[in-house]
Design a protein around this ligand. Structure first.
Ligand code: AMP
Ligand code: ZN
Length: 473
């Protein structure tokens, strides 16, 4: 399996530190708002990487954090007049709902920065003891960047170029730094901000130290893969390497993977630019499986431009697989009815060999730095094969074998292509009656629950003067 490593800027053969096991850390979102579809890209991509590795038999320890203390969270909390915890917890819950709807697996651990402060104080103390960090007069602690000789290794930046660039960026209050390149590990609290006690001042951690500490705690000093969007290469990941390696004295991560941006009109989608769609916006128009399919239709390192046309193309592509599986299910039922005991014919056995070739093609694409675009093409070839080779004359064994292959490959991509049987009209009506009764009894919780249940099945309710009407979405 080859992975493009940002460190070497080359595709490298993947060799985990421990045979059969993979430790992987993906930088998660800052939770002050609903996630946008740019944030969804690394979630879907690295979930697919994880799924493929699990398919290959690796045991994957997958850690992805929530950054739940940050200026933007505090600003929002102040606007709403609530504690910043209320904001972060709200958006962690919403983020988890979106992840589930995109079929992104739960991480092995989803640490939150605010619950890991003790580890941060520990690592900062170690860095000070080793001469890699210092506290300024106001209690701010800085990392002494020049003390880490390999600084710039990941982003391929030269310290002296950075020095020139950063000097002009020195903002007021930062004159206390020994060097403009130094970055914050701990900062004093301001009025109205959450804070923790520390040997240096009451304050809160810098963003970079959070990930170094959470990665160390849940995965150890040396991990296999560290990942995130390419905007994190510098300074976030560069600073993580400096902190972790200076503190632990070991290589931090062996492979660095970065996804390209999701753009709109060829500009990066971002909350600060205001040019974004939330995952929730998209879910109003599309099944989120289609968003997932859209993300996988490009190579993860390429920029991907979001457009209505490409989403429509993704919808067609995804539905082609779903329709094929629905047809195979129909053929399977027929075959069971017509010839329950007949096994696969010799011709079917050899046709199945051809189908296995598409599985090999899929694997080859994934082994080549997770080329999901080519992997999805292999699924399409399999679908085309199924559409031409499976017929009402086929044996049940043959139809099932072809269907299983399509489901298996789709599942590695995290795509759910076998739809549950539709809810029957009579069941919808029974549930509507129950909801009316619940409302009469003022059991609004149950009434809402039934509405949600029906919504999940794509049933839309409309309260009219003549009573409740319903339709399928
Ligand atoms: P943030 O909440 O901004 O820290 O972002 C969380 C994750 O989403 C990081 O891995 C970012 O690199 C990634 N990300 C943010 N915006 C985009 C985008 N437009 N395209 C791709 N990845 C993004
Ligand atoms: Zn991070």
């Amino acid at each position: 399996m080859k992975i493009y490593n940002t460190l070497s800027r080359k595709k490298e053969e993947f060799e985990p530190k421990e045979p059969g096991k993979v430790s992987m850390y993906v930088c998660g979102p800052t939770v002050y708002n609903l996630i946008h579809i740019g944030n969804a890209r690394p979630m879907i991509i690295f979930d697919t990487v994880r799924r493929y590795m699990e398919y290959k038999g690796y045991q994957v320890n997958f850690v992805s954090n929530f950054t739940d203390v940050d200026d933007k969270i505090i600003k929002k909390a102040n606007e709403e007049g609530v504690d910043s915890h209320v904001i972060s917890e709200r958006y962690i819950e919403e983020c988890k709902k979106d992840m589930q709807a995109m079929n992104v697996k739960e991480a092995t651990t989803h640490p939150k920065a605010t619950e890991e402060i003790a580890g941060m104080l520990q690592m900062i103390s170690t860095l000070i003891e080793k001469g890699h960090a210092y506290a300024a007069a106001d209690g701010t602690v800085y990392f002494r960047t020049r003390s880490f000789k390999e600084y710039g290794r990941l982003s391929h930046k030269n310290l002296d170029d950075l020095q020139g660039g950063n000097r002009s960026l020195l903002v007021s209050g930062e004159e206390q730094k020994e060097d403009p390149l130094d970055f914050v590990l701990w900062k004093p609290k301001k009025e109205g901000e959450p804070y923790w006690e520390s040997p240096w001042c009451n304050g809160r951690p810098g963003w970079h130290i959070e990930c170094s500490v959470m990665s160390k705690k849940y995965l150890g000093d040396e991990i296999d893969i560290h990942a995130g969007g390419e905007d994190l290469i510098f300074p976030h990941h560069e600073n993580e390497i400096a902190q972790s390696e200076a503190a632990n004295g070991k290589t931090f991560a062996r492979y660095w993977m970065h996804n390209g941006f999701l753009n709109i009109d060829n500009k990066k989608m971002s909350k600060s630019e205001g040019n974004f769609f939330t995952v929730r916006d998209i879910s109003e128009k599309y099944d989120l499986q289609i968003l997932r399919f859209f993300m996988l239709s490009a190579h993860y390192r390429s920029p991907l431009n979001f457009s209505a046309e490409l989403m429509e193309a993704a919808k067609n592509g995804y539905e082609r697989i779903v329709t094929c599986v629905t047809n195979l299910n129909y053929l399977l039922e027929e075959a069971h009815k017509n010839a329950p005991d007949s096994g696969m014919s010799a011709a079917e056995e050899s046709a199945l060999e051809e189908a296995r070739g598409f599985v090999t093609k899929f694997e080859e694409a994934m082994e080549d730095d997770f080329n999901t675009a080519d992997a999805v093409s292999a699924i399409f070839e399999l679908v085309k094969f199924a559409n031409t080779k499976a017929s009402p004359e086929s044996s049940a064994d043959f139809v099932k074998a072809v269907k299983d292959e399509i489901i298996m490959l789709s599942d590695i991509c995290g795509l759910i292509v076998e739809k549950e049987a539709e809810i029957l009209d009579s069941d919808v009506e029974k549930l509507i009656e129950e909801r009316q009764a619940a409302r009469k009894a003022k059991n609004f919780a149950r009434a809402d629950e039934i509405r949600d249940l029906l919504a999940q099945q794509g049933i839309i309710l409309e309260d009219t003067r003549e009573g409740v009407k319903w339709k399928r979405a």
